[in-house]
Design a protein around this ligand. Structure first.
Ligand code: GDP
Length: 175
């Protein structure tokens, strides 16, 4: 008897970055196609699931939010366990969250278990008038880190699909 027929692959994906950059919003946009303006401390879950099709395979994505832990500037080791891909998120209207990306990368180097697939995301690109981080700065950092890069808006649903799809496809190719 085969109990595992509902998917071909299961990938754990972790959203990392400073508090308030929009990690929960990105997760909810992708898994529920919803957006909440205001603080989302109420979700109360560690992860959400979405299953997609890649090259005729069912790929189940288990997407982990950091549930407020980033306020302590560190994510507990258990969050990294089994992680196949990480989305590093900053807020284009807050340069400090961009400058902190490098410390998140350091944490991944310390705790991540051979996570090869990283993606850099500059979120809130609907707020052009408040922009502090140029697209060029994001591209340059992504190049330095050797990772793919997207600017997104969880609010307007900009680039959320391509970001997750691109990462999932890359993970699948390295499986
Ligand atoms: P987290 O702490 O990183 O999980 O951030 P949240 O998802 O809780 O978002 C923090 C705040 O930013 C909330 O008020 C969200 O409504 C808002 N927010 C998140 N994404 C966007 C976005 O793409 N555009 C705009 N304008 N606001 C956003």
């Amino acid at each position: 008897m085969d109990f595992n027929t509902d998917y071909d692959y299961l990938f754990k994906i972790l959203l990392l970055g400073d508090s308030s950059v929009g990690k929960s919003s990105i997760m909810l946009r992708y898994t529920d196609n919803s957006f909440v303006s205001g603080y989302i401390a109420t979700i109360g879950v560690d992860f959400k699931i979405r299953t997609i099709n890649i090259d005729n395979k069912k790929v189940k994505l288990q997407i982990w939010d950091t549930a407020g832990q980033e306020k302590f500037r560190t994510i507990v080791r258990s969050y990294y366990r089994g992680t196949k891909g990480i989305i590093l998120v900053y807020d284009i209207t807050n340069v400090e969250t961009f400058n902190n990306i490098k410390s998140w990368v350091k944490e991944i180097d310390t705790y991540g278990e051979n996570v090869e697939n990283l993606l850099l995301v500059g979120n809130k690109n609907d707020l052009e008038s408040k922009r502090q981080v140029t697209t060029k700065m994001g591209q340059k950092l992504a190049e330095e880190l050797g990772v793919a890069f997207f600017e997104t808006s969880a609010k307007n649903d900009t680039n959320i699909e391509p970001a997750f799809f691109g990462l999932a496809k890359k993970i699948k190719e390295t499986e």
